[in-house]
Design a binder for this molecule. Structure first.
Ligand SMILES: Nc1ncnc2c1ncn2[C@@H]1O[C@H](COP(=O)(O)OP(=O)(O)OP(=O)(O)O)[C@@H](O)[C@H]1O
Ligand SMILES: [Mg+2]
Length: 285
């Protein structure tokens, strides 16, 4: 007969939230579509998911999901609303933090505003498994900071010379200046699986040769797909609007792969931790 003590289960440790920043260097490679669909697919897999629109200049996560936010990240930073008020619910119970579109002054947050973000994120009392962060185009300080603060950065590339050179430049800065030594790669708008693999091989060769201290991991390829464009027009995630389409299947598969990732060796806390880390590392010296 087990003693009463042995029947008591240990207090479950708080599961560290997984954070994935989706980036790419170049504009228009599909970062927002990849972020939105990965987040929706992860939510459909039962992961409690938060999608943070960190494209502070030209936000459009809410547009892609057909949401009409009352408040945005700009209101949050300015203290005009609480985090609970800025969160809106998307498909499959996904939580979305929308950004303010076309607000130039939001494009680069000041350190004082970062502190505001820490305070509000620490108010978040919901349990989360995954946070997906959609970042802006370019290799700006805020993009680097979001990537550095996340446990994983997924770089979206497509078959254009500028996409590969921008992805390479971004990985180089992340590695040399921000200590990021692991990068996930997603090929988008590919015409074949081989094309996706070829893009990854090309990027990985150049990184190995000229950067060295960074390991790349191929997450897979998303085909060029008219269903995805149609879903964009209908302001829905393709994984929901057309789940059987080639792009939706590929994105769902990538989400399943991402959901199976090993938890980081050292527990890294929660959303609050993510934001604090982001701020500490992003604050100007
Ligand atoms: N797999 C795909 N198949 C077909 N069209 C796609 C695919 N991925 C993205 N697109 C199209 O490419 C365009 C750009 O996509 P998206 O907005 O996701 O890119 P982005 O990298 O977030 O751009 P930005 O740098 O402006 O933030 C969109 O109009 C979208 O419809
Ligand atoms: Mg975008």
């Amino acid at each position: 007969m087990p003693s009463p003590e042995s029947r008591l289960s240990p207090v479950p440790a708080m599961q560290p939230i997984r954070t994935l920043a989706v980036t790419g260097g170049k504009g228009g490679v599909g970062k927002t579509n990849v972020s939105v669909n990965l987040a929706v697919a992860l939510a459909e897999l039962g992961k409690r998911t938060l999608l943070l629109d960190a494209d502070l200049g030209l936000a459009n996560v809410d547009v892609l999901l057909g949401l009409s936010p009352r408040y945005t990240l700009a209101d949050l930073v300015a203290g005009r609303c609480t985090l609970e008020e800025v969160l809106i619910e998307g498909p499959a119970g996904l939580l979305v933090v929308p950004a303010a579109s076309g607000r130039r002054h939001m494009a680069e947050l000041h350190p004082a505003e970062h502190v505001g973000l820490v305070n509000v994120f620490s108010d978040l009392e919901r349990d989360l498994d995954v946070m997906v962060v959609d970042t802006a185009a370019g290799i700006t300080d805020s993009v680097l900071t979001f990537c550095q603060a996340a446990q994983d950065a997924a770089i979206v590339v497509c078959d254009e010379p500028a996409s590969i050179t921008d992805a390479y430049a971004l990985i180089k800065v992340l590695s040399r200046e921000r200590g990021v030594n692991r990068v996930q790669v997603i090929a988008n708008m590919v015409r074949s699986q081989n094309e996706g693999r070829g893009l990854y091989d090309k990027l990985s060769r150049v990184c190995e040769r000229f950067i060295g201290d960074v390991s790349l991991n191929y997450l897979g390829a998303v085909p060029q797909c008219d269903w995805l464009r149609l879903a964009v027009q209908r302001q829905q995630a393709v994984v929901r609007a057309y789940p059987a389409s080639p792009s939706a299947r590929a994105l769902s598969e990538i989400a399943r792969r991402a959901a199976r990732w090993q938890a980081p060796a050292a527990p890294r806390g929660n959303v609050e931790f993510f934001v604090e880390r982001m701020i500490r590392q992003g604050a100007p010296a």
